[in-house]
Design a protein around this ligand. Structure first.
Ligand SMILES: C[S@@+](CC[C@H](N)C(=O)[O-])C[C@H]1O[C@@H](n2cnc3c(N)ncnc32)[C@H](O)[C@@H]1O
Length: 272
């Protein structure tokens, strides 16, 4: 495990006390010795950028923050850019400067606001993440916190309570038909969908794109998913990008940019 080869005490990032490294070790293992590029949204005091620089021996590490602290000092193999994760033109400028071939890994540890995270995700995932790359969304459970700007608390016991079971008045011939008729009333299960939690649930829909687009069991899928896999952990969501584009990938996602991505947006602070 790569993180166990480092002195983790030297890095000022809550990823370590919050126990995120064990899952990162598993997911990032293929890139540890590769010439790779990683983008992290959300720099704070810069501790995680230093961690990733040491973690990936030959990696180029790119950081973005809406406000880079004055105390931040440039470092070898680390590029930083000031701007917002909601500014798609700015994000493309960052990508073109730091990873013109696309990023291998993107981590979103910035606002943890559902809509903003979604904007950055679809733009970066579609346009600036390599096929086979991994996009990580940290702290997605913020959507369950009542004191988070777009979060809302959930009464889990009530939420998971069992409704009355589907009752059949008589058994015998036709039982299966009657059972299916009752199920076809299609009442949805209760679903919490605020903030980051709602966004993650939309990712589930994309993972199921083949079945979403065939609409019924009788039809062929319209397209496959853009995702190879979706792994939801306690604090991190890992989205692995499919190695080949979905059959009908030409269709743009609702948030995909339609205008040119030029023009200055943000301050760049680079060293090499
Ligand atoms: C949790 S901290 C990042 C911590 C850092 N990744 C680490 O592990 O040490 C979140 C950062 O996201 C930045 N941020 C908040 N909203 C943002 C936005 N819309 N665009 C870019 N950065 C944002 C904040 O300024 C803050 O520095």
């Amino acid at each position: 495990m790569r993180s166990q080869q480092l002195n983790l005490d030297q890095y000022d990032t809550d990823k370590i006390p919050n126990g995120l490294m064990s899952r990162y070790d598993v997911m990032f293992e293929p890139w540890v010795d590769e010439e790779m590029t990683l983008l992290e949204l959300g720099i704070h005091r810069g501790g995680s950028l230093k961690l990733w620089r040491d973690y990936f021996r030959r990696g180029t590490i790119v950081g973005v923050d809406i406000k880079i602290p004055e105390s931040h000092t440039p470092a070898d193999r680390v590029l930083t850019f000031e701007g917002s994760q909601t500014d798609r033109a700015f994000l493309s400028q960052v990508a073109n400067a730091g990873a013109p071939q696309g990023f291998d890994i993107i981590i979103d540890d910035a606002s943890h606001i559902g809509e903003w995270t979604k904007t950055a995700f679809w733009h970066l995932f579609d346009n600036h993440l390599k096929p086979g790359g991994v996009y990580v969304i940290e702290d997605w459970p913020a959507g369950y916190w009542s004191d988070w700007p777009d979060g809302k608390e959930l009464d889990l016991d009530k939420h998971l309570a069992q409704g009355p079971p589907v009752q059949l008045r008589s058994a015998g011939d036709g039982l299966w038909t009657r059972f299916m008729k009752r199920l076809r009333r299609k009442r949805p299960l209760a679903c919490h969908s605020h903030g980051m939690v709602g966004f993650v649930k939309q990712l589930v829909d994309e993972q199921a794109a083949a079945d979403v687009t065939r609409k019924s069991l009788r039809n062929e899928p319209g397209r496959s998913s853009k995702f190879e896999s979706l792994l939801i952990g306690p604090s991190q969501v890992f989205v692995a990008k499919a190695k080949t584009a979905p059959g009908d990938s030409a269709r743009a996602t609702p948030d995909a940019p339609s205008t040119s991505e030029t023009g200055p947006a943000g301050r760049s602070n680079t060293t090499s």
